[in-house]
Unconditional design. Structure first.
Length: 282
């Protein structure tokens, strides 16, 4: 309940430091609860930073699912959104890539399978999940849903072969569910888990990785193709330049990112292949 209240409060709280915001054009950016620093304080700082670089009033709106963010974006209630590669490939006819985060010098990340740390619960890989409880992140998550479905098929398992599977609605929630042993294992964004571990979050310290995927295109920032214009181009330029000044680098460090880059849609080709396979078996 506290988490839901925080998410609902974020649109009103972030970006309030921009002077004369009512007189400026606005850029509203949607994201799910993947920012691991203190959400309100961090997003307020980031909003103020981007406002000063774009000349617009930049604010953030956080929601619990990618679908909620997409609904707001396509409904014209957001100018940009930080989504996953999976919804991007599903909606690429309507979306334009704005910027892709750079993590460990590449625009790539991995999906992890995690289990409780310490004494093994017998899960060494995907084949061990039969009759077990598995936590997913989001039905539109590549690392937290699409990749796991492909891996289950690879070892001859179907979702019904699990004792139970459930959506935790956020990668951090996946780690917390596994740490609390509400799930025997969980599917999580490797960047999120590594950042949680770097920040010494208890849920990361109480879980461990048993499998890492091949690299996939990092979750991108997108805009509606029909809405790409001077203002969103200025947002793109501001994101790409963050690594070039001290304040931007401090924000990137909080995000555990090296920067943002303009990348081709082809970096999501492997996700597009997985999405096509998933559609065929659904």
């Amino acid at each position: 309940m506290q988490r839901r209240t925080l998410l609902q409060a974020l649109p009103a709280l972030v970006g309030l430091g921009a002077a004369n915001a009512a007189d400026r054009p606005r850029i509203r950016i949607g994201l799910t609860a993947v920012i691991l620093a203190d959400q309100v304080a961090f997003l307020s700082r980031w909003g103020s930073y981007l406002s000063s670089r774009t000349g617009a009033s930049v604010t953030f709106s956080a929601r619990e699912s990618y679908q909620q963010i997409l609904d707001l974006l396509f409904g014209g209630q957001l100018e940009a959104a930080w989504v996953c590669g999976y919804p991007y490939v599903l909606q690429q006819a309507r979306l334009e890539l704005l910027a892709v985060p750079i993590y460990e010098d590449k625009p790539l990340y991995r999906s992890y399978l995690i289990r409780p740390a310490g004494k093994s619960n017998g899960i060494e890989g995907w084949a061990d999940l039969k009759e077990r409880v598995l936590a997913y992140s989001d039905p539109l998550s590549n690392s937290g849903w699409l990749v796991p479905q492909a891996q289950l098929r690879t070892v001859g398992l179907l979702p019904r072969d699990l004792r139970r599977g459930f959506f935790a609605h956020g990668h951090r929630n996946v780690a917390e569910a596994v740490a609390a042993r509400l799930a025997d294992a969980g599917c999580i964004d490797g960047y999120v888990w590594e950042t949680m571990r770097r920040q010494k979050m208890p849920a990361a310290e109480r879980t461990e990785v048993v499998w890492r995927s091949e690299p996939y295109g990092f979750p991108p920032l997108v805009v509606r193709k029909a809405a790409l214009g001077d203002l969103t181009q200025q947002l793109r330029s501001s994101l790409l330049a963050m690594s070039q000044d001290a304040e931007g680098r401090a924000l990137l460090q909080a995000l555990n990112l090296d920067g943002f880059a303009q990348e081709p849609g082809s970096i999501f080709a492997s996700i597009e292949k997985l999405a096509a396979e998933q559609e065929r078996v659904s």
